[in-house]
Design a protein around this ligand. Sequence first.
Ligand SMILES: [Zn+2]
Length: 143
Amino acid sequence: MELVTVKTFDSYFLANIILGRLQSDGVECYLKDEATITMDPILTNAIGGIKLIVKKEDEGAVTAILKRYDEEYLNAATCPQCGAHQFSYIAKPGVTNFLTAVTTTLFGSYALATDYVYQCGNCGYETERLPGYESEESNEEIN
Ligand SMILES: [Zn+2]
């Protein structure tokens, strides 16, 4: 049986949410390198994040499901400025891939979050975290 990585996460919390949703949708999947990252988040980038592993034959279907999750996630967020449900996840302009790579290496996954923002398609409001989104801070309870 051939296994492939369909997605990588730098958040233990998010990785487990996605894993749980896929499994409840009947998808056979696993997280790889989860234990290492939970013990030492600094290693996350060094080993490429938490990997979501599925069977090769399921790759296409799982990719489609993940895309649907992303859309549901974005559509569920309400813009605090105009009330629209039109967020998209975009890269901030003016940051080169090289710089991103360097800051990510130096400062770990937290630096990466500043290079992307959620932007409201209606009014242009930008935020690094979607309203109501539970962030990495929740890890303390899990650990
Ligand atoms: Zn807005």
